[in-house]
Design a protein around this ligand. Structure first.
Ligand code: PLP
Length: 355
């Protein structure tokens, strides 16, 4: 099997894929594929309940929060968050740390007074801004905790009493969190959780139902809290596979153990990028993402050859995003250390060959 460095949809644990494949043929003792069962069946209700319970257990989420599995991707949360929290004239702050933050800002502007507290656009988003003001009248401060495209990650949460709304699409479950700082956390599943098609939303219940405008039923968080994510037909299979991943995270020691492994893996790769005379990292060292490692060849002319060597070693998805260029290795929870070691070995051999 190839070693999957794609940014998303991305690698899943092998045992999750095996179990998901079995259930696609025949689920439990139902005599049906999971793909053809009712979302109202007791078997699926139990999947949904287990998925929610595991999210609560792994991230220490209290009953003050709803845990929802919605459709529409993280992109729908760009507007749904603002729509559910802001009345006309209400202010919210946004930290602009990349393309996904900018998209969130654009959508939120439809619903309130949006202030960009700081931006790292001046340096092609290669760092996380600090030292900006956060006025206390903000309803929330929106953060993108990990910038999938630019390879930066927030490790020091801003000091403020303003609650956070965070897009954690590409680093959820990669490290422990203090949930009490957050009003809403959302994450498209297709990196650290499951296949595409479901979005995890963790939302504080007491911040809801304060907007005056009537909202479409499907776009109100309260609807999905009241109906346990089954107001309409939820994405059954993506939720099931996410539940399997959550079981796998728990079995492997939970998010603290994931963090330890993610530090080891990202250190292994960044150390090679810094040591190897041919390569350089693109992100500011203190903000380097543990999930998406972006790097360049100092001599661009060698790029095609390097990608060929990666492919020959079974490494796929290493080509960088067009807005950064070079290479990006996405090394989510499910990437084994041996996978990262294979890429590091390719880099070492490439240096020997080209110097
Ligand atoms: N936010 C971040 C940080 C992402 O990495 C992505 C997708 O890669 C998105 C949002 C968009 O997610 P979706 O495709 O689920 O709408």
């Amino acid at each position: 099997k190839k070693i999957n460095f794609y940014a998303g949809p991305a690698i899943l644990a092998q045992e999750v894929i095996e179990e998901a494949s079995k259930s696609a043929l025949s689920f439990g003792d139902m005599g049906l594929s999971i793909l053809e069962i009712s979302h109202r069946s007791k078997e699926f209700v139990s999947v949904l309940e287990e998925a929610e319970a595991l999210v609560r257990e792994l991230l220490n989420v209290s009953d003050e929060y709803g845990v929802l599995f919605l459709s529409g991707g993280a992109s729908s949360q760009f507007y749904m968050t603002a729509m559910n929290l802001l009345n006309e004239g209400d202010k919210a702050g946004y930290l602009d740390t990349g393309a996904w933050s900018s998209k969130a800002i654009k959508e939120a502007k439809l619903f309130g007074e949006i202030e960009v507290v700081a931006s790292s656009k001046d340096k092609n988003y290669n760092y996380i801004p600090t030292g900006y003001d956060i006025p206390s009248d903000y309803k929330y401060l929106h953060l993108t905790s990990n910038n999938t495209i630019f390879g930066t990650e927030i490790f020091n949460w801003p000091e403020t009493d303003v609650p956070f709304v965070a897009d954690m699409s590409s680093d959820i479950f990669s490290r422990p969190l203090d949930i009490s700082k957050f009003s809403i956390i959302y994450a498209g599943a297709q990196k650290n959780l499951g296949p595409s098609g479901v979005t995890l939303v963790i939302v504080k219940k007491d911040i809801l139902n304060k907007v005056e405008k009537a909202l479409p039923t499907m776009l109100k968080y309260q609807t999905h809290i009241d109906k346990d994510s089954s107001f309409n037909t939820p994405p059954v299979y993506p939720i099931y596979v996410s539940m399997l991943t959550l079981r796998w995270i728990k079995k492997n020691g939970g998010v603290a153990a994931m963090e330890k492994k993610n530090i080891e893996k990202s250190d292994l790769l960044y150390n090679e990028i810094d040591r190897n005379s041919l390569f350089e990292g693109t992100a500011a060292k203190e903000d380097r993402s543990r999930m998406n490692v972006c790097f360049l060849l100092k001599d661009e002319a060698l790029e095609a050859e390097f990608l060929k060597d990666c492919a020959a070693a079974g490494c796929v998805g290493v080509k960088g995003h067009r807005s950064v260029g070079g290479f990006r290795a996405s090394i989510y929870n499910a990437m084994p250390k041996a996978g990262v070691q294979t890429l590091v070995d390719v880099m070492k051999k490439f240096e020997e060959k080209n110097t």
